[in-house]
Design a protein around this ligand. Structure first.
Ligand SMILES: [Zn+2]
Length: 259
C-alpha cells in the first residue's frame, strides 16, 4: 500500500499531452511538475501542452476549472514564469511581461527540425542536398553577413500538387527552416541551374525574412511571399539569372501540363 500524498487526494484537472506524441519521458515529467505547480497556485487546472507555433499561451475559465493551453517551450520554466502563468489564468495580467520575455528567449523551441526520415532529397535526377551545398557555397561567396542563418537549413522534395493551374517551384518554411522543391522539377529535361536558381530563391527568403515574422503577407497564390528590393537585388546576382528567368517562361506550360 502506498500512502497517499496530499497532492493525490486533491481534486485534479487533466493533463493533455496528445499534441506531443513523441515527447520524451523527461518532458512528461516536466509537464506533470508544471501541472502540479499551477494547481498549487490556483486550484484545479486542465493543462493542455501544445505544439502550436502561433499561440504560445491561452487560458480560460469554466466554473471553478481553469483551462491553460501552453506551448511545450514552457516545460521546465522557472518558478517566476509559473507564477506569472497562474496569475494570468485567474485574470491578473500584471506579470504578462515575464511571460513575453520567456517566449522571446525560448523562441528556438518553436522551431523544430524535421527528422531525417521525413526528408526526401534524393530524386530520380537531382539530389537536392548536392544542389543545396553548391548553392550555399555560392551564397556565402556572394552575400556578406549571412552568418549562421543558413547553417541548419534542410531541403526536401515537396508533395506533388497536380491539377492546379499554377505551380510554385519552391517554398521556404520559416518554422522548420525547410526548403521544399516541387517534384515536377525532378526531370531530365530540367536544367540543373534552374533547380539551383529555385533553391537560391528560397534561401534568400531565409536571408531576407519579412519584417514581421508572424505577419502574413499574401500574394496571388495566397501564401506568404515577400520580395523586398534587397531580395530582388540578391536574386539578380545569381550567375545565370537571365537564363533561368527565360527558361521558366519558356517551359512553364510544359511543366504545368506534365503527365
Ligand atoms: Zn519567393
Amino acid at each position: 500500500m502506498t500512502p497517499q500524498s496530499p497532492l493525490q487526494t486533491r481534486t485534479r484537472g487533466s493533463l493533455d499531452l496528445s499534441d506531443l506524441p513523441n515527447c520524451s519521458s523527461r518532458e512528461r515529467t516536466e509537464a506533470r511538475q508544471l501541472h502540479h505547480r499551477l494547481e498549487d497556485e490556483i486550484g484545479c487546472v486542465d493543462l493542455i501542452v501544445t505544439d502550436n507555433r502561433r499561440r504560445m499561451l491561452t487560458t480560460r475559465s469554466r466554473d471553478e476549472r481553469r483551462e491553460i493551453r501552453l506551448h511545450h517551450m514552457f516545460l521546465g520554466c522557472s518558478e517566476e514564469v509559473v507564477e506569472a502563468i497562474a496569475e494570468l489564468a485567474i485574470g491578473d495580467e500584471s506579470r504578462r511581461e515575464v511571460i513575453e520575455r520567456y517566449v522571446r528567449e525560448n523562441r528556438n523551441a518553436i522551431r523544430f527540425q524535421p527528422s531525417e526520415d521525413e526528408l526526401q532529397w534524393e530524386g530520380e535526377h537531382f539530389d537536392l542536398r548536392t544542389v543545396l551545398r553548391a548553392v550555399l557555397d555560392f551564397t556565402h561567396d556572394t552575400i556578406e553577413d549571412v552568418d549562421d542563418t543558413l547553417d541548419d537549413i534542410s531541403i526536401t522534395w515537396g508533395r506533388d500538387g497536380r491539377g492546379t493551374k499554377s505551380i510554385r517551384f519552391g517554398s521556404y518554411d520559416f518554422d522548420q527552416k525547410l526548403i521544399r522543391v516541387h517534384p515536377a522539377l525532378d526531370q531530365q529535361w530540367v536544367p540543373r541551374y534552374f533547380v539551383e536558381f529555385i533553391v537560391y530563391h528560397e534561401l534568400l527568403h531565409a536571408i531576407c525574412p519579412p519584417a514581421e515574422p508572424d505577419e502574413d503577407v499574401t500574394d496571388d497564390d495566397g501564401r506568404r511571399h515577400v520580395h523586398t528590393a534587397e531580395f530582388l537585388e540578391y536574386e539578380r546576382a545569381f550567375p545565370r539569372y537571365e537564363e533561368a528567368m527565360a527558361w521558366e517562361s519558356e517551359h512553364l506550360e510544359r511543366i504545368l501540363n506534365r503527365d
